[in-house]
Write a protein that binds this ligand. Structure first.
Ligand code: FEO
Ligand code: CA
Ligand code: CA
Ligand code: CA
Length: 645
């Protein structure tokens, strides 16, 4: 979600005092330390990160990525590096389930939308078919539908969010509920073209009303009970699922982010849980007015309903009859994604970001190793383990602080009476532990080649100059940066993602070199290689990072893009622009097939900021009768081969 256009954003109550230090001093210390750690030979090959300036023409420099980077643009059409082809795989409104009617934007209904592809696709996962296979031509595509863009979704709306909310009809609200959630779509590449398989038997739509189970420490907790669910163990739907991840046992993890925007009511400020609502950004005025039609979104009617959102949801995409499960052991916050790595002893480690200004990076380590031979043994592995939050020390050390009831400040003295309390109010628990307030953590993902973990910090316009820390060294950080976590043993087969400590380094500081204070890139970065607002990321099988952006400076004529860079060697940190989305769109969900020959992207909210009647683009159909439509695309190399090679 492009947060800026919700009037409504999101306050920061992160309360960890941070030392005031001059930016240049801090940044210089962290980059020079990185260089020193690389050793003399690496230094000779890669003096790498340079301060602002030092631009060279578009040559590719020492990058191992062979594609010619493209110039920045802001246009009604998208652009991809030469030699590649963009295929539209599926669009908002396309059929997912049998009986779905053809998309008719002037006559949308909840019933139709519940069978059609939802809006604003975000996280993507490609799961080869049959289950357990590793092929790259046929599989299930999991897709998050994060939220809806009401203003460009329905014809005939008044101008301005408040007027739209006041005029919203029940039919519109219920259609919006069905446009949320996720989709499972069977897809296949035939004659070089990706397309949905008609009638795919595992196809599924998850919506705001799909029955789900609640498991883990918060299941059955008093604060999880509602009049519809006195057990506190059953909930309808998932909301604002942004990014996600997978498990080694082949399930999907899909993560609830800005659920707060969907609740409203006077209890936000006056109710018994007002302080907790406030810490999660829940306000009296929702951004969608669903509470007018559905009592569970009204805080005055169901004060506990928002406690049932903000979780990581596990879904088996291969079984359309399976019940999705909210895994509360992984904590409640505005989850971006949840990606896994495996510790040497077989325990599974999940990295997570809480996307809010001055919120935190988390990790969950399962109590037991996963079982490769017996999938049933992994069924409830996510219900037991240790949730921790990161403290990035200024000296380059990272400590994982456990959120464990009864330890440190997480006791009845601070109104924590169980692990259920701790996970429901994970943010407050992390505040008390002294976690490091970050510049909006989005994806946190492990590089499969070097074992390092990359944290996309998208931006933080509220970062005050007297609240800098070494891992967030820039005041009013509107362009974001990327931090690299280096667990013990990174670069060896024994990388220990479950260790209590790690080291960290700065990978890049975004913004335009020479213009934006503090921008730091490889010295050979081209005129269009700089980026702003890193959000989602992926790694190809050579360990190169592909960074998708959300919030490029359109005033400077730059749309959101996908940038690729080496993470090691002479081209480390040399970002190159590979794909640029249409005006108004954010790029989400980068996902490679196992053989790297296809890169899937979720193009979210094209034409954002304009209206249904007068959209800034009608991508991807360019049909005057159709609005812009969020869509999943596949990028392939013409003539075959690995994308970007
Ligand atoms: Fe939905 Fe953090 O982006
Ligand atoms: Ca998004
Ligand atoms: Ca995101
Ligand atoms: Ca974002």
């Amino acid at each position: 979600m492009a947060h800026d256009d919700i009037e409504f954003e999101i306050e920061d109550i992160g309360s960890n005092p941070a030392p005031g230090r001059r930016f240049e001093e801090i940044a210089a210390a962290r980059f020079s330390r990185r260089a020193a750690l690389m050793g003399a030979s690496a230094l000779a090959a890669a003096p790498a990160i340079s301060p602002a300036g030092a631009q060279t023409p578009r040559t590719g420099g020492p990058s191992t990525l062979a594609f010619q980077d493209i110039p920045h643009q802001l246009a009604q059409t998208d652009a991809v590096a030469e030699g590649h082809e963009v295929q539209v795989v599926i669009r908002w409104g396309d059929a997912v389930l049998a009986g779905a009617p053809a998309f008719d934007p002037a006559r949308q209904t909840p019933d139709a939308q519940a069978k059609q592809f939802g809006q604003n696709n975000d996280f993507l996962a490609f799961m080869p078919l049959p289950r357990g296979a590793t092929g790259s031509d046929h599989g299930l595509l999991w897709v998050n539908h994060e939220y809806v863009s009401t203003a460009s979704m329905f014809p005939g709306l008044p101008a301005g969010l408040r007027n739209i909310l006041a005029a919203k009809t029940e039919l519109q609200a219920r259609t919006e509920m069905m446009a949320h959630g996720g989709s499972v779509v069977e897809i296949q590449r035939k004659d070089g073209k990706w397309a949905p398989v008609p009638g795919g038997r595992m196809n599924r739509r998850i919506t705001a009303e799909t029955p789900m189970r609640i498991s883990g420490p918060a299941a059955g907790h008093e604060r999880m009970k509602t009049s519809a669910d006195p057990s506190g163990t059953q909930v309808l739907g998932m909301l604002n699922n942004c990014a996600g991840g997978t498990t080694p046992w082949g399930t999907i993890l899909t993560c609830e982010e800005n659920f707060n925007t969907l609740f409203g009511g006077g209890a936000a400020t006056t109710g018994a849980q007002a302080a907790a609502y406030r810490r999660y950004g829940i306000r009296a005025q929702s951004a969608y007015a669903w509470e007018r039609f559905e009592p569970r979104f009204n805080l005055d009617r169901e004060p506990n309903e928002p406690n049932r959102f903000g979780w990581v949801v596990e879904i088996d995409p291969f079984d359309p009859a399976s019940t999705p499960i909210k895994r509360t052991a992984l904590g409640r916050f505005k989850h971006e994604g949840c990606t896994h790595a495996i510790a040497p002893d077989g325990r599974v480690v999940f990295y997570m970001g809480d996307d809010e200004m001055n919120d935190y990076v988390y990790r969950f380590v399962t109590a037991r190793p996963w079982n490769r031979e017996n999938p049933a043994a992994n069924r409830d592995l996510l219900d037991e383990g240790t949730l921790s939050v990161a403290r990035f020390e200024d000296d380059g050390k990272l400590r994982w602080l456990p959120l464990t009831f009864g330890e440190g400040p997480l006791t009845p003295a601070n109104n924590f009476h169980s692990q259920g309390d701790v996970v429901i109010e994970a943010r407050r628990a992390a505040d008390l532990l002294g976690a490091t307030p970050m510049d909006r953590p989005e994806d946190v993902e492990t590089n499969p080649v070097n074992g390092r973990v990359y944290v996309m910090l998208t931006n933080n316009s509220a970062r005050a100059a007297d609240r800098l820390n070494a891992a967030n060294p820039r005041p009013r950080n509107i362009h974001g940066h990327v931090v690299e976590i280096i667990p013990p043993g990174a670069g060896t087969p024994g990388v220990d993602h479950a260790a209590p400590e790690a080291r960290w380094e700065m990978f890049l500081m975004a913004g335009k070199p020479g213009i934006d204070a503090g921008a730091r890139y490889h010295r050979a970065t081209s005129e269009s290689g700089w980026l702003s607002c890193p959000d989602n990321c992926a790694f190809d099988s050579k360990g190169r990072i592909w960074i998708a952006t959300d919030g490029a400076p359109s005033a400077a004529g730059v749309a959101d893009g996908l940038y690729a860079a080496d993470t090691a060697g002479a081209g480390r940190g040399l970002t190159k622009l590979f794909y640029q989305a249409v005006v108004g769109a954010e790029i989400c969900g980068p996902c490679f097939t196992p053989d790297d020959t296809t890169l899937f992207l979720a193009i979210q909210h094209p034409a954002e900021g304009s209206t249904y009647e007068n959209p800034s683009t009608r991508w991807p159909d360019f049909d005057p009768a159709l609005p812009a439509r969020s869509s999943v695309i596949a990028i392939v190399k013409k003539g075959g081969g690995a994308v970007g090679s």
